[in-house]
Structures are given as C-alpha cells and as structure tokens.
Write a protein that binds this ligand. Sequence first.
Ligand SMILES: *Cc1c(COP(=O)(O)O)cnc(C)c1O
Length: 472
Amino acid sequence: MARKLEPSQTERASARKEVILYTENFLNNIEKIKAFNYSHDKGQGLLKAPISERPISMKKAVQLIKNNVDYPAANPASGGYLGYIPGGGVYYSSLGDYLAAVTNRFAGIFYTSPGAVRMENMLIQWTAKILGYPSNCGGNISSGGSLANLIGICTARDTKEINSKNIDRSVIYLSPQAHHSIHKAIRMAGLGECIIRLVELDKGYRIDSGQLKKQILEDKRKKLKPFLVIASAGTTDVGAVDPLQEIGMLAKAYKLWYHVDAAYGGFFALTKKGKAKLKGIELSDSLSIDPHKGLFLPYGIGIVLVKDKKRMNATHYYQANYMQDSLSENDEASPCDVSPELTKHFRGLRMWLPLQLHGKKPFRACLEEKLLLANYFYREIKKLGFVTGPKPDLTVVTYRFVPKIGNADDFNKELLEAVKMDGRVFISSTILEGKFTLRFACLSFRSHLNNVDLLLKILKAEKQKIERRLKV
Ligand SMILES: *Cc1c(COP(=O)(O)O)cnc(C)c1O
C-alpha cells in the first residue's frame, strides 16, 4: 500500500490524459465560457465527496473541480473579466508549475538548489532593471503584492529603528487610496500604534505632494518622527499613479523610507507611455510589483525589491544550527534570508518559462493594447451618457450613470447585477466620494477590443431596460 503513492508510468499517463482533456477543452472554449456564473450551491458538491480511505478516479476528481471550483462565480481566465485587477494566467506558467512540482527543487536556499535560486535572482534583477533599480538591490519572489508590501514595510520599520520607545511619535504618510494590504501590513509589522496621516489628494485621486510636504513639516515642528511614506503606482480604485518623483524628492529631503506599491501598475514600465508615467519610481527604497497582474501570470506571484539589500537581509535573516551546511559567504542571496518563508514553492519557474518561450515583446504589446483599450472605453462610455472619473493614468476607468430621476446608487447597483446576470463580461464596483461607482479594469492578456465592445453593448442595453422600467 505504501508504494501506491508512486503511480506507474501507465497510471501517470491515464491521469494526465484526463487533466489534458479538461484543460484543453477549457482553453479551446475560453471565449465561450462565461466570465461570471451565478450558482446556487456555490461549490457545495465538493462536500459530497469527503476525503476518505477510498480513492476516486482522476475522471471523477476533474469533474468535481469543473462543477464546483471552476463553474461558480468569477472566471478570471476569461477575456471578459474586467473587474478588480485582472491578469488572465498565461499558459506556459502552468507548465512551469508542473515542472517545479514534479522535480520539487528546494528553492529557499542557494546551497540546496543553486539553479533555482539563481533563476529567481535573475528574474528579480530583470524586474529591477525595468524599474530603474540598481542591479545589486535585494529582492524576493513572494506569493503576491500583499506579502511584498509586508516585506518592504518590515524592512522600513527596522531601518528607521521604530520600537516601543518611539512608536507613538512615529509617522507614516499614506494616500486615502492606499490598497488595504498596506494597512494590513502596517498592523502585522507591529506599526499599528504609529500615527497614520492620510494625505489629501488632487482631482485625479493622486497624493498632493504640496500637502504631503506641509504635513511633514507640521509633524516635525511637533517633534514627531516622520519615517515612512507609501505611494501607489496605480491605485486599485481608479488606477491613479501618485507623483512618484515629487514624493521621492520629499522622502529624500526629510529622510523618510519611501515605499511604492506598484503591484498593479509596475509592469507598465515595459511600455513607453507607462515608463513616463512611472518616472520617479526608481527613487523609492522599496517597491512591490505583481507578475500575476502586469505579466498576466496565474495567481500566486509577487515581487518585492529593496534597494539596500543589507537592510532587507537584516530584517529577515535568521540562523539555526540545523541550517549550518547552507552557510557560505559569496553565494547568491537565498530567498529564506529576505522573506518570512523558508520552504516555498519554486515560483521563479512559472515566470521564467513564459518569458523565455515568448520573449518580452508580446508582453509589452499586450500592455500597450490595454492602455489603448482603457482610453477607448473612457471615450465610448461617455458617449453612452455615463459620468466618468478621471482620465485613466493606466487601465482603470470609473464611471456611473446618473438617471434624471431616482437614486443613482440604486440604478448603478442594479446595472452591475444585470451585467453579472448576463455573465459574458464581469465588472466590479467601488465607492468614490461616497458614491456607488462602477469600475472598468483591463489587464488580462486575453481582453481585446471585442470584449470591451461587448461590455459597452451590454451596459447600453441593460441601462435602457432599467430606464424603461423606471420610466425615466
Ligand atoms: C493587488 C494589489 C495589491 C495586493 O496584491 P496581492 O497580489 O493581491 O496580494 C496591493 N496593492 C495594489 C495596488 C494592488 O492592486
């Protein structure tokens, strides 16, 4: 029985056949599979097949996944997925994951897998170069932007020596539009007792650097200890890029640690327009960027860069007796020394493989296409009579319809529901200045003009239906 965990060559082939059958069918029909499915049982069928002593077949397992995991609710692999922050999930990453899982290299430490660690460090350096960071910076491939932000913020805490003696005088500057993972990271880093200043924004929902300066000076006068400022290179709500250069200069002048959350927008630096928008990002001390957004990789990969790798190491390094074999002076940095993780998924392979097999060009082309699509949507949705938020810095457009009579929030909630019911495209919403607002977020490599036109068509038709019913 103990040998059962090693399936034979024939058993492997038959299991693989079922998986391939399903995934090929999924990909071949991806344009027809809905972006959102209403489901009543929400995957409860899984509970009817509890883990037991008796094995089930791969065919049955795939069926369970299909019906209970892949069917209900959102389908982020669809080109019609235009909500939250999309990405899509490029195919070759799945083969990278497959290779990483079959060979199971230990990618946490250089000693155990120099190749795996070298590959991850090479990708970190490649990312650093795109963003204008020095090649000797520190970095880590994490599970996503949230962990990347946490690593950056913990490093800032230790570098600026925030401790029980000064914490209640220490000040952090944030945009009210900062992603919630930043607030979470601040709390988890033990910085919840710091003074948090939400800096005023300009009309485009970007940090007003004049206000930031004013606030820092005021805090200094009060003998407080300003130590950290966090900017966004693409906010989740509206896709706004803060004035990265101006904030960088203030951070330098007042000796603040400067962290940029570029989880969403960072990879636009691969494009000409994006690079111009992100100017000044290279002034930061640390930043986070998500390949599972801007490089369209499947979920589960973020990157944090820290300019001074010694600082990153000082925060995350630990040594134990049973780790003594892994010590060596001039090796590549080991991921376990710059992150909370020890044993980890060999994430580098899922990024390295698609970049190698496609080359950079199609990634850049896709990002350029999304920038154009966002501008297109911004123009077209206005023509349908919707009120829009700011002109998109990147690929998020906010919009709402204001009916002549009746409650506008209710109207837009109803419209969102109608789009979800239709299911061919998926959109999400937010609250801006107290108003219920719809969001268009375009970042899947599979989203093209046809998906955007379909969204416009559905919005127009559903809006008219609601208007007719309300007789407005
Ligand atoms: C997505 C996102 C995050 C969080 O990243 P995860 O990869 O979801 O953990 C942080 N900041 C911004 C701006 C984001 O868009």
